[in-house]
Unconditional design. Structure first.
Length: 267
């Protein structure tokens, strides 16, 4: 099985302007595909922006809405899978979720994940939490998992993905100052302790009351970061190597040495 070159598009786009952000995504997909990438991952709520208040509800669309259809067209045109963050309106009812959708290189929707752990008053005031902890899809022989931002800071979430066989965990994020240690330290540790790759893709710069720190990264199961973005808008790429992942899992005993019968009190 060959490696999957994965592109991380670190950008806040233009908050409140989905059309502009879709144009940015199209350009990023073209550049990523030209570099040989088979997967492009964006930041949390990339299509609309994060700190846009009630406009999150106004701009929210269903998983099959016009923006999703345009992402499908971009993926199919450039023959690259795309994971994009967006506010998802429930098909029926008033709920809005903080979601990420994975679209295949043929334009088919592969998976949609709704953020299960909401961070702070802002998110609790605008979103309904998701209820499905592990969402996966198959891409180029790899099992792809999805989380969003704060979700990855709970080790239980990442371990659940590891136990379900996730090879590459995609984590669109809106990581803000002063919590940059998550991007710098927590993400490589999560990848090591659960023996998988993690693509952590952040927003950047000031937005409303927040300052996003960038520092997007792809970390391997050895805890080593394969690529790291700076603080501004940037497209970076790195390889997800299935052979290296298998060898790392063979040599690391964490999952095999677990004793779940001792962990009942953790519920």
């Amino acid at each position: 099985m060959s490696s999957l070159r994965t592109a991380l598009f670190q950008s806040s786009g233009r908050p409140g302007d989905p059309a502009h952000n879709l144009a940015l995504l199209d350009a990023a997909a073209r550049e990523a595909a030209a570099s040989g990438a088979g997967l492009l991952v964006t930041s949390e709520l990339f299509l609309t922006g994060y700190a846009i208040g009630d406009d999150l509800h106004r701009l929210a669309e269903t998983a099959h809405g016009p923006a999703a259809r345009r992402v499908s067209e971009i993926a199919a045109e450039h023959r690259i899978a795309i994971a994009h963050g967006y506010p998802e309106r429930a098909p029926e009812g008033p709920e809005v979720y903080n979601s990420v959708q994975l679209t295949g290189p043929d334009g088919a929707r592969l998976a949609t994940y709704r953020k299960t752990h909401l961070f702070g008053d802002f998110e609790h005031g605008h979103f309904t939490p998701g209820a499905e902890p592990v969402v996966q899809a198959e891409l180029d022989g790899l099992r792809i998992g999805l989380l969003i931002c704060y979700d990855v800071e709970f080790p239980e979430n990442v371990r659940a993905h590891a136990l379900a066989g996730t090879d590459l965990l995609l984590v669109p994020t809106a990581q803000m100052h002063p919590f940059q240690f998550v991007a710098e330290s927590v993400i490589p540790v999560r990848a090591f302790e659960s023996q998988l790759y993690i693509a952590y893709v952040n927003r950047t710069g000031p937005e409303g009351a927040f300052e996003f720190v960038g520092l997007s990264a792809l970390a391997g199961p050895d805890g080593i970061v394969r690529t790291r973005a700076g603080r501004g808008q940037q497209l970076v790429t790195a390889e997800v190597d299935p052979a290296f992942l298998r060898a790392s899992r063979d040599g690391n005993p964490y999952l095999a040495d677990r004793r779940p019968e001792l962990y009942g009190s953790l519920g």
